[in-house]
Design a protein around this ligand. Structure first.
Ligand SMILES: C[S@@+](CC[C@H](N)C(=O)[O-])C[C@H]1O[C@@H](n2cnc3c(N)ncnc32)[C@H](O)[C@@H]1O
Length: 329
C-alpha cells in the first residue's frame, strides 16, 4: 500500500514523471478522452487536463485518489476529471478513451496484476486505434560485480553468539531482491554487455509467463556476483526512460544472485535463460558461464526453490528493509 510520501516521491522523480509528461504532450490533443489507471494522486490525469483533454477518468483503490480530487479542485480542473476509488476491473466507463496512461510497475513491469490490468483496460476502455502509455517495456539483463549487494542479498553467515545462518543463505541464493536501499548498482558495477531478453508490448500483452535468453559478453575482468535486471520504457514515440544502473529512478533494479561469486575474464560469455510469472513471482534464471577453456559454471536457480522470492513493491516503505522477500502463506 503506497503512502502519500511514496506518491510524492514518484511525482518528483523527474526522469520518470518528466518522460510521462513529454509522452502525454505528444499524444493528448484538445478534446481527448484520457483514462489514468492506478492514478494515485492523479498526477497524469492532471497533466492530461492541462494539455486540453475534454474528460479524464482517474481510477485507483488507494485513498490518495481523494487527494487527487482536491488537487483537481485546487488546479481548477474539477469539472473535467472524474475520480473512481475502486479496483479498475470493477469500473465501467461511459465512453472509451483516446489515451490510457498508467504506471503499475513495481521494480520491474512484472509486478502484481499489472499485465492482466493492461489487457483488461485495453479491451474495455480503449478506442480502436487509441494509444497506450507506456507502449512497451524492454527487459534487460547484465552481469554485475557488487560484493556488498551480494552480501546484503544473502544475509550474514553468522548471527549473534556464533549462530550460523547457512540454511537461510541457501534459500536466499535462490531468491530475487532489489538494489534499493544502501546498495544501488552503478554503471561501473556492470561488467558485461547489457542485452534485452524480453519485450512487453502493451498493445498485445496478456497475463502470461515471460521468458527469454541473452548472451552476455564480459567487457572487463572482475568477480561476477549475479545478474541485474532492469527495463527500458518506451512511453510514446521517442519518449521514455531507462532504469539501467547509474540512473537513479524510483524503481531500482532486480538482482538475481549466483550460487557463488565467479571470477570472470574479459571475453568470457554468460548465456542466461530467464523466465518469470507475470506477477514477478516466481523467477527462474539459468546461467552457463564459459571462457577460453570451455564451460566453467552452470547455475540453475529459481525463486521457487528459495524463500518466496517476491520483489518488494516500489514503495519507500520497503527501502530500508534488509530483505525484500516475504514468507509465502
Ligand atoms: C506506481 S503507483 C502510480 C501512481 C501514479 N500513477 C503516479 O504515477 O504517481 C500504482 C498505483 O496503481 C494502483 N493500483 C494497483 N492496482 C490497481 C487496481 N487493480 N485498481 C486500481 N488501482 C490500482 C495503486 O494503488 C497505486 O496507486
Amino acid at each position: 500500500m503506497y503512502s502519500l510520501h511514496d506518491y510524492t516521491w514518484m511525482i518528483t522523480d523527474d526522469a520518470r514523471t518528466g518522460a510521462y509528461q513529454r509522452a502525454l504532450e505528444a499524444v493528448v490533443k484538445p478534446g481527448s478522452v484520457v483514462a489514468d489507471i492506478g492514478a494515485g494522486t492523479g498526477i497524469f490525469a492532471l497533466i492530461a487536463c492541462r494539455l486540453g483533454a475534454r474528460r479524464v477518468y482517474a481510477i485507483d483503490t488507494n485513498d490518495a485518489i481523494e487527494v487527487g480530487r482536491e488537487l483537481a479542485r485546487e488546479n481548477g480542473m474539477a469539472d473535467r476529471v472524474l475520480f473512481f476509488r475502486r479496483d479498475v476491473r470493477e469500473v465501467e466507463l461511459p465512453e472509451r478513451a483516446d489515451v490510457i496512461v498508467s504506471d503499475l510497475r513495481g521494480t520491474l513491469p512484472l509486478s502484481g496484476d499489472h499485465l492482466a490490468i493492461i489487457a483488461d483496460v485495453r479491451a474495455r476502455f480503449l478506442k480502436p486505434g487509441g494509444i497506450l502509455i507506456p507502449s512497451q517495456d524492454r527487459l534487460i539483463a547484465a552481469v554485475v560485480e557488487h560484493a556488498d549487494l551480494y552480501q546484503w542479498a544473502l544475509g550474514p553467515a553468522c548471527g549473534p553468539v556464533g549462530i550460523t545462518l547457512e540454511a537461510v543463505r541457501a534459500r536466499l541464493r535462490h531468491a530475487t531482491s532489489t538494489d534499493r536501499g544502501s546498495t544501488p548498482l552503478r554503471a561501473e558495477n556492470v561488467i558485461s554487455s547489457a542485452m534485452p531478453w524480453a519485450t512487453l508490448d502493451y498493445a498485445t500483452i496478456r497475463s502470461t509467463p515471460v521468458a527469454g535468453r541473452a548472451e552476455l559478453r564480459i567487457t572487463r575482468a572482475g568477480i561476477g556476483h549475479g545478474l541485474a535486471i532492469w527495463f527500458d520504457a518506451i512511453l510514446a514515440g521517442e519518449h521514455g526512460f531507462t532504469t539501467a544502473p547509474g540512473h537513479e529512478l524510483c524503481y531500482g533494479r532486480c538482482f538475481l544472485p549466483w550460487l557463488r561469486p565467479v571470477e570472470l575474464s574479459e571475453g568470457d560469455v554468460v548465456q542466461v535463460d530467464l523466465w518469470a510469472q507475470p506477477s514477478g513471482d516466481p523467477w527462474g534464471w539459468n546461467s552457463v558461464i564459459a571462457g577460453a577453456g570451455g564451460t566453467r559454471e552452470v547455475f540453475k536457480q529459481s525463486s521457487f526453490l528459495g524463500f518466496a522470492g517476491r520483489l518488494e513493491p516500489r514503495a519507500s516503505e520497503g527501502r530500508d528493509r534488509p530483505f525484500s522477500q516475504a514468507p509465502q502463506s
